[in-house]
Design a protein around this ligand. Structure first.
Ligand code: BG6
Length: 515
């Protein structure tokens, strides 16, 4: 497929084509290229970017993994993966274009020799594709290898920038497993890389609806004036999954729901919801404001952990009408595991805007529904006018940012129920992304990869933010380790988690939103 004939084809409207330029010439080097992330997320995203003309003409991809594959094996595997996981058709010109630019090296990432071969191949690829020595390394490997891969990249001269060529490293979560390990990893990779070369990825920030939190807040004059303690009673953030741990027991049984979801994905949702308007959408302006929120969240004291945090683990139950087994019987999970698969937590953001406005968060596996949302509950209107009516209480306004699925925004307000007496019913105004913008196939990684290739780090985590995120959850890690749970499993699969989560809300005379 020639570049010219591809230029004739695109999925974009002319407006879109004018506004967005293709990314900068580069080679993407994936460490862990034969793994799940590569086939499920990275390759389909590159395919979607290619279809939208957002990959540069001067682009190539070098896959590195321990598996003994030839270059042809790798190309054939990618072709079939693109069909299976990227929805590519049998006869796919964009896939052909991409596959012609694929290279593969099999090797042990611990061995310096592997990096010499990578370096030599990259020099050839540069000549062939005009990629100019600019590379970004995507570390889709076990977290334990990150430090040593970065060190070896440095030793081989593969991290050095200069003469217009850039070198960046994308690091997947988990970034460390607590404050100390995250700090140590930052120090270790900081010996080789400048902070601006490091792209710590959190795939939640690739979601359109997550990015929209900022646009919604700051492009609409009517919400910002009421976005504070004067009008908002509390915020509820739910990230609920119906899936169990699937085949990831080996990782998950050491991590648990708290590490897996809270210091990263959930705190992203908290910071975007709570932050002050940045002075621009430039990377550090946005990240400075997010970091301020992370620093304003009060890490709970050990006593608070007992009253403000709840953990749970799923037992047997039913999801979508089918029986599912308890966490302790999942593959690669210890039969007496005390790892939590559910967390509920009350956070306090100690700043002028949010003092006394609790942020309640909950996340878990094998819950009743798959839903991620941020629900802002406003204070109730004064009841005084309704005293002589049959209305018993007024329902507070509720603004829900539906992150996934059924992406959209809804606003609940009271309306008169038609009839001769005054009665108030709660009604909803609903916006659905699909109705306005259609449903483009996307993995959520497209924007993040594109940003990495254009050098925009806004949606990536800085060292200080990752450490601040861990600081928020560290007391829970400590207390929970010291006091192993005695009642696990404590919720049935297919429910909304342990009863203690409801009690946490009830103590504040509130309740979780029924979803
Ligand atoms: C990952 C976690 O980071 O996010 C998984 O490791 C979790 O355990 C997943 O299932 C949820 O992502 P999403 O995009 O499906 O909400």
């Amino acid at each position: 497929m020639t570049q010219e004939s591809l230029d004739q084809q695109t999925d974009q409207t002319p407006d879109q084509q004018q506004q967005i330029r293709p990314a900068d010439p580069c080679v993407m080097v994936i460490f862990g290229a034969s793994g799940d992330l590569t086939k499920r997320m990275l390759l389909p995203s590159l395919y979607h970017l290619a279809k939208k003309k957002l990959l540069p003409k001067e682009f190539a991809l070098l896959g590195c993994a321990i598996d003994n594959l030839s270059q042809d094996d790798f190309r054939n595997k990618v072709k079939s993966d693109l069909r299976e996981f990227g929805g590519a058709p049998e006869n796919c010109k964009f896939c052909d274009w991409l596959v012609e630019r694929l290279y593969y090296i099999s090797g042990d990432f611990q061995q310096p020799e592997s990096y010499q071969r990578i370096k030599a191949l990259l020099a050839d690829v540069d000549k062939q594709h005009g990629t100019n020595g600019s590379y970004f390394y995507y570390l889709a490997t076990s977290p334990t290898l990150i430090g040593s891969i970065v060190e070896q990249l440095g030793a081989a001269g593969l991290a050095e920038e200069g003469d217009g060529r850039w070198r960046r490293v994308v690091i997947e979560k988990p970034f460390g497993h607590d404050v100390d390990s995250a700090r140590a990893l930052n120090v270790e990779i900081g010996k080789v890389l400048d902070e601006r070369q490091i792209y710590r990825i959190d795939h939640y920030l690739g979601k359109e609806t997550v990015q929209n939190i900022l646009v919604f807040r700051f492009s609409n004059g009517i919400f910002e004036p009421i976005w504070n303690r004067r009008y908002i009673d509390h915020v509820q953030i739910t990230v609920a999954e119906t899936l169990g741990v699937e085949q990831r027991g080996g990782y998950y049984d050491h991590a648990g729901a708290l590490r897996d979801m809270v210091p990263n994905h959930i705190l992203q949702l908290v910071t975007l919801t709570a932050m002050e308007p940045p002075i621009s959408f430039r990377a550090d302006a946005v990240r400075d404001e997010q970091a301020k929120i992370l620093h304003a969240i009060q890490p709970p004291s050990p006593e608070d952990v007992l009253t403000r945090a709840v953990r749970g683990q799923y037992g047997d139950g039913t999801i979508d009408g089918a029986g599912v087994q308890a966490y302790r019987r999942e593959p690669n999970v210890a039969p007496d595991s005390t790892t939590e698969t559910f967390v509920a937590l009350k956070l306090a953001i100690d700043n002028w805007r949010w003092a006394d406005v609790p942020f309640y968060i909950r996340t878990g596996k094998r819950l009743a529904n798959r839903v991620t949302e941020v629900a802002i509950q406003f204070r109730r209107a004064p009841f005084v006018l309704f005293r002589d009516t049959p209305v018993e209480r007024l329902t507070p306004n509720l603004l829900v940012l539906h992150i996934q699925p059924n992406e959209g925004i809804s606003l609940r307000f009271g309306a008169k129920v038609p009839g001769i007496q005054v009665d108030v019913g709660a009604v909803n105004m609903d916006f659905r992304y699909q109705d306005y913008f259609g449903n483009e196939p996307s993995t959520g990684y497209e924007r993040l990869l594109y940003d990495c290739m254009t050098g925009d780090a806004t949606l990536f985590q800085r060292a200080d933010m990752v450490e601040a995120g861990w600081r928020v959850v560290q007391p829970l890690l400590d207390v929970w380790k010291a006091l192993p749970p005695r009642n696990f499993p404590n919720y049935k699969s297919g429910t909304w988690g342990p009863k203690e989560a409801d009690e946490l809300m009830a103590r504040d005379k509130r309740q979780w939103r029924g979803i």
